[in-house]
Design a protein around this ligand. Structure first.
Ligand code: ZN
Length: 216
């Protein structure tokens, strides 16, 4: 039985990368942890894109208007897909090849810009003591996708994209994306405790099996 979205490890180093990791792309049937609008709402609170008071407002708006909940979920999945294509194009796998496709990434940037434009049109400039900030999410029904569009823009514009890594699929890793914040910049696995150790254990078993075969 798959994990609940609230048990999903957060390894991305940024909510936008954790968003990309809510879809298991490996295997024959991809599993979407954002299975419905309620899972999306719980996940959004967990990663901090909205607080409890905002979550209550969204919950009410989505109960009053289920179509808004569906539209919000569809918008988030759209942002997730675009972000995945953009970030993959920044990843270089161990064999030196790019993990993504620049043409697909270009189209994805257009989609991401459209989603962000909508969010920016609904945002408001707010005077916060002596600072002015752009507050996203003024329309409760669209608050979640708008904050996620904000997070997506934040990561593509301000993160060091040379530090985006993919847990190495060809070596048995899971394919999740993360920002390598290690000083050396040599982090390879999303979680050493899971993917890294599982692959090492598997290799050890294979080596032992091979050693036994060569003895007999
Ligand atoms: Zn992994």
């Amino acid at each position: 039985m798959p994990l609940d979205v609230c048990q999903l490890p957060l390894v991305g180093g940024h909510p936008a990368l954790d968003l990309v990791n809510t879809l298991e792309r490996g295997g024959t049937s991809p599993h979407d942890f954002l299975s419905d609008s309620s899972a999306l709402l719980r996940w959004s609170v967990r990663v901090g894109v909205l607080g409890d008071a905002d979550a209550d407002r969204v919950d009410q708006a989505w109960r009053d208007e289920p179509a808004a909940a569906q539209a919000g979920l569809a918008a988030v999945r759209d942002i997730r897909e675009a972000l995945h294509l953009v970030l993959l194009a920044t990843v270089t796998d161990a064999d030196g090849a790019s993990a993504g496709d620049p043409v697909a990434a270009g189209a994805a940037l257009v989609a991401l810009h459209q989603r962000w434009s909508g969010a920016a049109a609904r945002a408001r400039l707010v005077l916060d003591s002596s600072r002015v900030r752009l507050a996203y999410g003024t329309v409760p029904g669209m608050l979640v996708p708008d904050r996620i569009a904000e997070a997506a823009l934040d990561v593509v514009l301000t993160a060091d994209l040379t530090r985006v890594r993919r847990c190495p699929v060809r070596e048995g890793g899971c394919g999740w994306l993360f920002l390598d914040q290690s000083r050396s910049g040599s982090r390879r696995w999303c979680r050493m405790a899971d993917c890294g150790n599982a692959v090492k254990a598997r290799r050890l078993t294979e080596r032992r099996r091979a050693a036994r075969a060569s003895h007999s």
